[in-house]
Write a protein that binds this ligand. Structure first.
Ligand SMILES: CC(C)(COP(=O)(O)OP(=O)(O)OC[C@H]1O[C@@H](n2cnc3c(N)ncnc32)[C@H](O)[C@@H]1OP(=O)(O)O)[C@@H](O)C(=O)NCCC(=O)NCCS
Length: 387
């Protein structure tokens, strides 16, 4: 990707937003992003909206058009994209492509989800729409169950321990305490994680992301149209998307997500960078063990050593590769369609030096968003341009 910059970002808190509709939250985040961008909203030539389960949970579809209209952008092409929990990252990539191709002067990507108004079994049923239900439905697995199997496979192959996995939650929950947009931050011990309520063995409550409401938005623009500000310029160095095996039985190996490996490879090639160039990553820690596997699939940590690096503090701020300084999905919560854009929001704030939990002098940041059991993935790389 060349010639595309981030003009502005906005986000609601992730957590409970009682009484708000998905379009309310999407408009709130988008207004903040447009204000932050300082561009004329007449320059926004396209809107992409990531959402996964609002049709099932709230009975509301056509969210892209509703949000565009609510922003006074009636008439622009407004498109909803869906790739389960990667819907937000997919919306971001489409906005980048619209600008990179010259089809749009500026484009708005919005991610939104409203989940907390429904009981957990209803939410679990909606999230299971991300499986290939004609085949995997018969297994009776939900996502905590699936990631429990993945954990067991990783432990069997690499010796990953309960203490190593718990270290991910301890770190991310602690980071969340410093992020005002996070609803599940906490000061915890590994023992507290390991003795929290059992959900789907070996997954316990504090190994799980939260069911959440929220929205995040990003305005991207051609770099030569960026308004002059005192802030550093943030460029999109890569916006990659891949797809992976559609069902569990198609996995050769339960300890890796091929969609992440493929998207990371594309993203590094687009940016002309490698894992050692990444100063921080916001990655898809929907469950503690997912962070360990993602860090290996992204090439940031040697294969099989994700748990060791977590427990040794090498993935903390000040370590080899700071992972999820925002608190990630574990501490922020996971409003599924919004998460990918929430990650971009957090990375941009880091690169601008505006983050409440800063990684010192970060120049290059990565966002990784994974959908379903790895059926869709996006990896984006952003870079600060000085001077
Ligand atoms: C883990 C999970 C099943 C818990 O749901 P639940 O058992 O119905 O829990 P409730 O919503 O009744 O909440 C009970 C308590 O646990 C807390 N809680 C719920 N989920 C939590 C989480 N993930 N982390 C920490 N605390 C959580 C609630 O705040 C509440 O606390 P309180 O008693 O102090 O008020 C649910 O959060 C879940 O399904 N998470 C995963 C979502 C998911 O799969 N997303 C897609 C990933 S690919």
């Amino acid at each position: 990707v060349t010639g595309v910059s981030i003009a502005g970002v906005g986000s609601t808190s992730f957590g409970r937003h009682d009484g708000r509709t998905p379009q309310d939250l999407g408009i709130m985040a988008a207004r903040d992003a447009i204000l932050d961008a300082g561009i004329d909203r007449g320059d926004i030539d396209a809107v992409y909206l990531g959402n996964f389960v609002s049709g099932v949970l709230t009975g509301q579809e056509v969210l892209a058009g509703l949000v565009a209209h609510g922003l006074g952008l009636s008439g622009v092409p407004a498109t909803k994209v869906e790739g389960a929990c990667a819907s937000g990252g997919i919306a971001f990539r489409h906005a980048v492509m619209a600008v990179a191709s010259g089809q749009a002067r500026a484009a708005l990507a919005v991610g939104v989800e409203v989940m907390t108004g429904r009981d957990t079994p209803v939410v679990t049923g909606a999230l299971n729409c991300a499986l290939d239900n004609a085949s995997d439905g018969a297994t009776g697995l939900s996502f905590p169950g699936f990631f429990g199997l993945v954990w067991r496979a990783h432990a069997a192959r690499y010796g990953t321990t309960r203490a190593q996995v718990a270290a991910v939650a301890v770190k991310n929950k602690r980071h969340g305490l410093r992020n005002p947009l996070a609803s599940l931050g906490a000061d915890l011990t590994g023992e507290a994680v390991a003795s929290s309520r059992l959900v789907a063995d070996p997954i316990r409550l504090l190994d799980c992301c939260g069911v959440s409401d929220g929205a995040a938005a990003v305005v991207v623009t051609a770099s030569d149209r960026l308004p002059r500000t005192a802030r550093p310029r943030i460029d999109v160095l890569a916006a990659a998307q891949s797809s992976g095996p559609p069902r569990f039985s198609a996995f050769d190996d339960m300890t890796s997500f091929p969609a992440t490996v493929a998207a990371a490879k594309m993203a590094y090639a687009q940016a002309g960078l490698g894992p050692k160039d990444i100063d921080l990553v916001e990655l898809h820690d929907c469950f503690t063990v997912a962070e360990i596997i993602d860090s290996e699939d992204l090439g940031l940590v040697p294969r099989g050593e994700g748990g060791v690096w977590a427990v040794e503090g090498r993935t903390d701020i000040g370590g080899d590769i700071p992972i999820n300084p925002s608190g990630g999905l574990l501490a922020k919560g996971h409003p599924v369609g919004a998460t990918g854009l929430g990650q971009v929001f957090e990375v941009v704030r880091q690169l601008r030096g505006e983050h409440p939990n800063p990684v010192g002098d970060a120049r290059v940041g990565m966002a990784h968003n994974l959908g379903g059991a790895g059926i869709a993935c996006t990896v984006s790389i952003l870079g600060r341009v000085d001077g």
